[in-house]
Ligand binder design. Structure first.
Ligand code: ARG
Length: 469
């Protein structure tokens, strides 16, 4: 750039109509470069595709395009290498890159913004960013699912109490409990995959809000950037962040699932439960109580749900009441999005490590299935098979349990005569069903905890994840 050009270049890229310079307080208040610098690769990828399209359409010469591409390569290398100086007075990542390009290559650089606005540019950057992050999160979730499936395989056959209301309810296989999380994280993956359909649409070409009179080719840009479709309405395009809300909602569910898991791990690793042992490498100690081994990782995952839920609320609230089309409020989308991406992906990654390094105390788990009359439902089902209506059977078993409590006996410990006091339809064949193993294995209904069903579910999960048993 010549000195002449530099003098004529207004301080702000949009400064032509302004007589006064911007107040320093305003620059500080409006700048987003501190956080949107994270979008530099996406911004540059978008600019490359845009420049190629402009040249194809005769809006740039091939030489101008090549200068732009070379300049963008240099800028990308400088940012990646940490030598690029971000200037807060240039507001955001788009202006920082464009201004530096103009300083590097002069007039050709000043043509890059032809038929483009920061409004469609920023929409593009966020879509590219969320596409990448959704794909990364899908991979991380797969890793987490694998950790559950491996534990389910290792502990296949082990029995534990299943709970409702945190009261012992019915005995279940440990693997059945673990595969419940496999399902939850599977739905989370599906939600991200589905969201990609709506993220993966090219917004560029909407320009400020109304499209452009210049002869652009949006389909070309879409192909360059690997978008299967282009957005249909330019006004909707620059004001739309629905796809980001969907992403944050999907991410929130992931964090909620992790939080529920964390709650179980905190309980299960306590002296009161002693169901699992967390590996030392994944626990921390107390600065005052030498005996302590604390489950800080699950606690932090659980605690971080607060910010993830908050980020979703923030974005929803930002969008509420915005008139069409672009409003600067939308700049506030970025910090919640970035924070959720960071928090959720780190939480998923560490949860996968934690699960892979967890050991189950199978003896203790089995012990806890004794006591609590957890096979009472099995006795009721037995009576149903003997043609007693379920409600009546329920009452009979209720009286039997009351008798057990009084006699301080477990159901399988009752003699046949004792059982017959409550119903003469009870025969010797009831006893196998009153043991926890008998109870678990009788639950052969689809999706139930019977060993056969769980074995099938596990094999199917392994097949889907490509794990070898
Ligand atoms: N930094 C802005 C954002 O994140 C970019 C778009 C600004 N557009 C504008 N007309 N001021 O939303």
């Amino acid at each position: 750039m010549t000195t002449q050009d530099a003098k004529n270049q207004p301080a702000k890229m949009w400064g032509g109509r302004f007589a006064e310079t911007t107040a320093a307080s305003v620059e500080a208040f409006t700048a987003s470069i501190q956080y949107d610098c994270r979008l530099y690769r996406h911004d540059i990828a978008g600019s490359r595709a845009h420049a190629k399209m402009l040249a194809k359409q005769g809006l740039l010469t091939d030489d101008e395009r090549d200068q732009i591409l070379k300049g963008l390569d240099e800028i990308e290398a400088e940012i990646a290498g940490g030598t690029f100086v971000f200037r807060p007075e240039l507001e955001d990542i788009h202006m920082n890159i464009e201004k530096t390009l103009v300083e590097k290559i002069g007039p050709a650089g000043a043509k890059l913004h032809t038929a483009r606005s920061r409004n469609d540019q920023v929409a593009l950057d966020i879509r590219l960013y969320l596409r990448e992050e959704s794909e990364r999160l899908i991979e991380l979730l797969t890793g987490l699912q694998k950790a559950f499936v491996k534990q389910a395989r290792q502990n296949l056959g082990a029995i534990m109490p299943g709970y409702t209301h945190l009261q012992r309810a019915q005995p279940v296989l440990v693997s059945h409990h673990l595969l419940a999380y496999y399902e939850m994280f599977g739905r989370d993956r599906e939600r991200l995959v589905d969201g990609l359909k709506r993220i993966n649409i090219l917004p560029l070409g909407a320009a400020a809000l109304a499209g452009t009179g210049l002869p652009i080719d949006r389909e070309f840009v879409a192909r360059e950037l690997n978008f299967p479709a282009i957005t249909a309405n330019s006004m909707d395009t620059v004001g739309d962040r629905d796809f980001a809300v969907e992403f944050l909602a999907a991410a929130t569910l992931i964090q909620l699932h992790l939080s529920r898991l964390s709650e179980e791990l905190v309980l299960w690793s306590s002296e009161e439960f002693r169901f699992v042992r967390l590996a030392d490498a994944y626990c921390t100690g107390s600065s005052i109580m030498p005996q302590k081994k604390n489950p800080d990782i699950p606690e932090l995952i659980r605690g971080k749900s607060g910010r993830v839920v908050g980020n979703l609320m923030a974005l929803i609230t930002i969008l509420k009441g915005l008139p069409l089309t672009y409003n600067r409020d939308l700049q506030e989308d970025k910090e919640p999005i970035f924070d959720t991406v960071d928090t959720v992906s780190r939480s998923v990654a560490i949860a996968a490590e934690l699960m892979a390094n967890l050991s189950f105390n199978t003896e203790r788990l089995l012990d806890c299935t004794r006591g609590g009359y957890m096979t009472a439902t099995d006795l009721a089902d037995y009576l149903v098979r003997k043609n007693i209506p379920f409600r009546e059977a329920h009452a009979i078993v209720g009286r039997t349990v009351a008798y057990c409590i009084e006699q301080n006996k477990e159901l399988p410990e009752l003699a046949i005569e004792e059982l017959r006091q409550f119903s003469d339809r009870i025969d010797e064949d009831v006893f196998p069903l009153l043991t926890v193993a008998g109870s678990v294995n009788s639950r052969r209904s689809a999706g139930g905890t019977g060993l056969e069903r769980v074995g099938e579910a596990l094999a199917e999960a392994e097949r889907r994840l490509g794990c070898t048993p």
